[in-house]
Design a protein around this ligand. Structure first.
Ligand SMILES: CC(C)(COP(=O)(O)OP(=O)(O)OC[C@H]1O[C@@H](n2cnc3c(N)ncnc32)[C@H](O)[C@@H]1OP(=O)(O)O)[C@@H](O)C(=O)NCCC(=O)NCCS
Length: 169
């Protein structure tokens, strides 16, 4: 895979981030409700963080160690969030991560993005499994994973692990 993939859903385009996305990244990622849930999103989220983010994403694609897609709304063609697959060392599994700008919550958009990126992981990256970890009190995140057939694995404490295996049929 030489070129960063672009994926489509009914309402979204999932594509490579560019410097033109910086204003939208600063607008939507700069939110303590997002920073509280995602380890590598700081608050406040300022321009040097956005610039570093772009090189982190491009470097990850070059190494094929992570695929971080900008979520773009077809209705408002600018970045409204991100969704990522971070591959494990054996490259047969990955950790899913995602966030959406708050004005776009509760419209079912991330469910579409998760469905498409999960399909990409299984079909294009040939992953055997995908997992996601989220805070035990992050109910919206549990719901979007369960909607996409992720199952909660037995765990204790404040972090829940969700998991989905590639279907062989
Ligand atoms: C997690 C996140 C992407 C969900 O986005 P979203 O646009 O609200 O997701 P959806 O609209 O597809 O679905 C959310 C579901 O949770 C429900 N929900 C939302 N907030 C809720 C809350 N505080 N308590 C209970 N349910 C809630 C919605 O009603 C909806 O339920 P439904 O499936 O029955 O319709 C968004 O909240 C976010 O970016 N949060 C900050 C970052 C984050 O938590 N990332 C995940 C880390 S594991």
């Amino acid at each position: 895979m030489d070129r960063f993939p672009t994926l489509y859903t009914t309402r979204l385009i999932l594509r490579k981030i560019t410097i033109d996305d910086i204003p939208a990244l600063l607008k939507y990622a700069n939110n303590p409700k997002i920073a509280d849930r995602i380890v590598n999103i700081p608050y406040p989220y300022e321009e040097p963080t956005a610039v570093f983010r772009i090189s982190y994403v491009h470097q990850g694609f070059k190494q094929k160690s992570r695929f971080v897609f900008s979520i773009v709304s077809k209705a408002e063609p600018s970045l409204i969030g991100e969704i990522s697959l971070h591959l494990n060392n054996t490259q047969d599994g990955a950790e899913l991560g995602y966030w959406l700008g708050e004005p776009f919550w509760n419209q079912g958009l991330i469910k579409e993005a998760i469905a498409r990126v999960t399909q990409f992981g299984f079909r294009e990256l040939n992953l055997k499994s995908i997992s996601a970890s989220c805070d035990a009190d992050n109910i919206a995140s549990h719901k979007v994973l369960e909607y996409n057939a992720f199952k909660q694995t037995p765990s204790h404490g404040k972090t829940l692990i969700y998991h989905i295996e590639k279907q062989l049929n």
